[in-house]
Design a protein around this ligand. Structure first.
Ligand SMILES: [Zn+2]
Length: 320
């Protein structure tokens, strides 16, 4: 139990296209307070930003009221393209953001406290790597299988953003040259083959059930439907091709599989391990494990960004 008048805490904020998740987090990374809001502004940069800043200010006020002191820092995880070093949300189609200096804006709104800005999937990967499924692994690959496919590369307990904030985009590794056109403009990207959206579309077509989802496909696989087994096998095969490329480049100790599709559990992971092992020739195989933190990962990761950003000693005490 935290001594409310002695310990430090941070604000963690996970900005999604539909939901804002906020928390006040103590030095053991346990959320002390959690709250959600709908994302306001529907794609209008100024309106969405105002909603995020108001939410941050509300968390700040809650912290002051509960603990009698300001938070030591804030961490903010956002989707899209993020320049973490510059603290800029470079682009998000859902939020309508372009070149938004969000780190500065949040800090200004919160009386100048240090703010860490990060990419949502990389923040989630950071949390999985340190606190969740990858605990103890120095090198890991986190892969989120959802509407799209995104990834985060963990090295030495931190997630590497790349030189331009673009590292980890395994969803746009081409696994089927000349295949289905991807939203990025390329053809045959991994996310056109093995995202939850792609599997849902394939199962909707195969089963003549408009609106069928990847979860429906997984249930049909478990039930032994041969049409579902066939398209599932193709998706797993594509995913193994993408992972083989990643494994060849990164040699991770663990691959942590998250996102909505990961809810299929061993229905996905068991054949994935077999397919990757069959394709590997010389590559050492990583363990393939399910993500452990669910949709709390982004907010937990934002809290880690906050602690990392101000480089606070984890056990230091400060006087009021
Ligand atoms: Zn693509």
């Amino acid at each position: 139990m935290m001594h409310e008048d002695q310990e430090r805490y941070v604000i963690a904020l996970d900005v999604g296209g539909t939901v804002l998740k906020g928390a006040l987090t103590g030095q053991d990374n346990e959320p002390l307070y959690q709250v959600r809001r709908a994302t306001s502004g529907s794609g209008d940069q100024a309106a969405v930003t105002a909603g995020v800043l108001d939410f941050a200010a509300e968390l700040y006020g809650t912290g002051l009221a509960r603990f009698g002191r300001p938070p030591s820092a804030a961490g903010v995880a956002v989707p899209g393209i993020v320049d973490e070093r510059a603290g800029v949300a470079v682009y998000s189609a859902n939020l309508g953001w372009r070149d938004l200096p969000l780190r500065r804006l949040v800090s200004e709104r919160l009386d100048g406290i240090p703010v860490g800005l990060g990419h949502d999937v990389r923040a989630g990967g950071l949390a999985e790597g340190r606190l969740g499924a990858g605990a103890g692994q120095e090198r890991f690959l986190f892969i989120a299988l959802g509407t799209g496919i995104a990834g985060a590369i963990g090295i030495g307990g931190a997630v590497d953003p790349g030189a331009h904030g673009g590292a980890g985009e395994i969803g746009h590794v081409v696994v089927r040259p000349g295949g289905t056109r991807c939203g990025c403009g390329q053809q045959g990207c991994l996310e056109t083959v093995a995202s939850a959206a792609a599997i849902g579309r394939a199962w909707a077509a195969a089963s003549a059930t408009p609106g069928a989802t990847a979860a429906d496909a997984a249930r049909a696989v478990v039930a032994g439907d041969p049409r579902a087994e066939s398209l599932w096998r193709e998706a797993v095969d594509g995913l193994a091709d993408g992972l083989l490329t990643a494994v060849s480049l990164l040699d991770p100790g663990a691959v942590i599989v998250g996102g909505g599709l990961a809810e299929a559990g061993e229905t996905l992971l068991a054949p994935l391990r077999v397919a990757l092992a069959a394709k590997a020739t010389f590559q050492p195989l990583p363990t393939i494990v399910p993500a452990a933190l669910g949709d709390a990962a982004g907010c937990l990761g934002a809290g880690l960004l906050a602690w990392d950003h101000c480089k606070l000693p984890m056990s230091a005490e400060v006087s009021p």
